[in-house]
Design a protein around this ligand. Structure first.
Ligand code: ADP
Ligand code: TRP
Length: 321
């Protein structure tokens, strides 16, 4: 079973990214052939570029390795190191009806907000389809917002296969329902673009300050509190299981503690949860050459799959003459 995902190097990673995508990838390493890449070409479609993009690419790679992507078990690379993806992007665009892209949320939502779209934002699902189809994965673990993109990849693959035979494997998306949408500090979906994130790595004090801003109901200290719809609880439950989770529920029910107490608890639990990852990250930050070596080796492994695939496509489409 092959599992593939990409993540844009567009800023600090937050716990939505972790539970919605990275952790699923790390867990998949135990049982599957995993492919993970830093989607640096994609980041250009939202205006990232220049030295900032180069730095973010290395920073994101460093964070991924720190969070448990194991280069021995996974193929881990930077998108732009395997140029075959750009050739496939072009080939696939000939199999992509305009209407399919016009219906894509990524484009529709931005233009609806009055943001003027460039072509890369519009055609972004085609590049994502190329990312996926080049490596014939079975499963794409994603957050809910990315489901449509995987469906578009399937649609494009079907059109291509209808014309040239069963070249592409049809990918399936997988959403971990319990963490499908991690809430942000304002209760909306956590997202860099909403500025409501709790970042994975950051100073302890700053993290507590962010967590203290989580929006909660106004209930008197001594009153029992509902945990089901509480943003603090919904974040804390991602880090807790079994008795620890039940004991937090009991604290809500018992009353006598305010949301401030639960926020401090959440900050502590989260700090502990990521401790080992922080230590690994310090190591990789001071060994950036090692990170580069890992990425180069990963790109070689990815190329070993991408090259024969693109050759097959050139043959089928008549580009090889
Ligand atoms: P952002 O919305 O902060 O820009 P990205 O779009 O870069 O995040 O998402 C990277 C990955 O993390 C994707 O697979 C996405 O589905 C997942 N993800 C992002 N935010 C969340 C969230 N709040 N809950 C669950 N998964 C998320
Ligand atoms: N579009 C994805 C995001 O913004 C990142 C991505 C690019 C991706 N290519 C991919 C995810 C291929 C899965 C598979 O999160």
């Amino acid at each position: 079973m092959r599992v593939l995902t990409g993540i844009q190097p567009s800023g600090d990673l937050h716990i939505g990214n972790y539970f919605g995508s990275i952790k699923q990838m790390v867990d998949a390493q135990k049982t599957s052939d995993t492919f993970a890449f830093i989607a640096n070409y994609h980041a250009m479609s939202s205006g990232n570029g220049g030295e900032a993009l180069a730095k973010l690419t290395m920073a994101t790679a460093t964070d991924f390795l720190s969070l448990g992507i194991d280069p021995e078990k996974s193929t881990f690379w930077v998108q732009s190191d395997v140029k075959e993806v750009l050739e496939l992007y072009w080939v696939l665009s000939a199999f992509t009806p305009m209407g399919l892209l016009e219906r894509a949320h990524s484009y529709k939502d931005k233009t609806a907000k009055g943001i003027s779209a460039n072509h890369s934002l519009f055609s972004y699902p085609v590049l994502m389809a190329a990312d996926i189809l080049l490596y014939s994965p079975d499963i794409i673990p994603v957050g809910k917002d990315q489901i449509q993109h995987v469906e578009i990849a399937r649609d494009i693959a079907i059109k291509f296969n209808n014309e040239y035979g069963e070249i592409f494997k049809l990918p399936e998306f997988k959403v971990e329902e319990s963490v499908a949408t991690v809430p942000g500090i304002d209760g909306q979906k956590m997202s860099k673009s909403y500025k409501n994130t709790v970042n994975i790595f950051g100073e302890e004090k700053k993290q507590l300050k962010t967590i203290k801003k989580i929006v909660t109901e106004q209930v008197a200290l001594e009153e029992p509190k509902e945990y089901e719809n509480c943003n603090v609880y919904n974040m804390a439950k991602l880090f807790l299981e079994g008795e620890n989770l039940v004991s937090l529920q009991n604290r809500y029910r018992a009353g006598g503690e305010g949301h401030g107490h639960f926020k401090v608890y959440l900050a502590e639990v989260m700090w502990e949860y990521f401790r080992e990852y922080r230590e690994k990250r310090e190591y990789y930050i001071s060994h950036q050459d090692e990170v580069r070596d890992i990425l180069n080796a990963g790109a070689k492994k990815a190329k070993d799959i991408a090259s024969p695939m693109i050759e097959k496509i050139r043959m089928a489409t008549g580009i090889r003459y």
